[in-house]
Design a protein around this ligand. Sequence first.
Ligand code: ADP
Length: 452
Amino acid sequence: MDISIQKSIETTTTHDVSDGHDVSFPSSSPSPIHTHHKFLVSVEVCLKPSSTARIEDVRLAVERMLEKRSLSYADGPIPVPIDDQFLFENVQRISVCDTDEWVNNHDILLFWQVKPVVHVFQLSEEGPCEELSGDGQLSSFNEWILPAMEFDGMWESLIYESGLKQRLLRYAASALLVTEKGVNPFLVSWNRLILLHGPPGTGKTSLCKALAQKLSIRFNSRYPQCQLIEVNAHSLFSKWFSESGKLVAKLFQKIQEMIEEENNLVFVLIDEVESLAAARKAALSGSEPSDSIRVVNALLTQMDKLKASPNVIILTTSNITAAIDIAFVDRADIKAYVGPPPLQARYEILRSCLQELLRTGIVSNFQDSDHLVLPDYSTLREKLNAPTEAQPVLNFCKQLLEAAEACEGMSGRSLRKLPFLAHGALSNPYGCNASEFLCAMIDTARREHSEL
Ligand code: ADP
């Protein structure tokens, strides 16, 4: 493979929600991390919960191990070497990430082409710390220490048109880097504000959380502590507006305290930002107490203040793709439209569901082999045209593709539920084989689709 591959700057368009114009959002930067003819590939090393090893020691040990091995690089796990006692005792898993940025269609990066960048982390098992709002029922915000156990694997489970996740990750990473290097914000401006918008159930909230988790891992040498605060905008404006004012003040006081510590990286996630605009509009028209406008304004002012801090990233989502009348959203650096998954992503989502049902034995492979691995979409056509796989596997793939085709327009959330619905529709749910299951899934997909 030609190691001098330079990715050209492609541009895709996303819809700018502020004024309806399309804005350009470069889909890839000109090989920002291709140095000295080496491809920088991230290697993520997850420590065992029980490990007390120093991160730096593990990083050095993994780097040494990688130097010794002549392996090719492709996204996925690398086995932890059993002959290295230190690593074996401390490391839960090692995974290679981001190789797909540099290669197409299952090409492989050879070890001498790669400079691995090792990120060692330990997952926090603390779980969310909830803060209750005035009525003691709805929580107004949740707080996680990142990287958190709950979000482990979330990034990999989200499947979009190719490049969307990498693009977001690259942009957010540049933002942190630009800030860290002390670039003058008057000359190069960046607000560290991201808005993901699109129909409900397309994984926007999950993507924000997964992105925060990824960044907390990638930047942990600069920011050893990292938190995610999830603000439930809806609950802030439910009923108790007079209480809401106090809540907003309390929330931002807490955030402010966190970011004063310069080794802290703080992500603030505000879901359904459109509810802020709606609350303001309702207040202006007099149908809501005027308290609400004070709350929205307080929130906006506080958010504006936050942007001055280099160690905060604000993540927002909206289910409305038309204009959102909120000043701060207007200034988002990244506005990405997250739509229903295209065919390739639908196939991959359903494939991952099916693999999980096979793994757990809920669906059985009638050949009785435990290791039925269905080809991914990028090799599917090739496999169907020049069959090297066994006929039953090819038939499964065709059925899976048919199911994916039948799901056009469905959200990621509906797709992830589909296998469950299909399983419930089976006449004999206890002994179902993959082929029967896939037939049920196609039927269910068609039925669900007709109800869209
Ligand atoms: P939104 O914020 O857009 O309403 P969520 O983040 O709440 O969506 O998504 C709900 C769930 O749907 C996710 O946890 C995930 O399981 C599934 N999902 C949605 N979109 C996708 C996708 N593109 N790929 C995989 N799973 C998805």
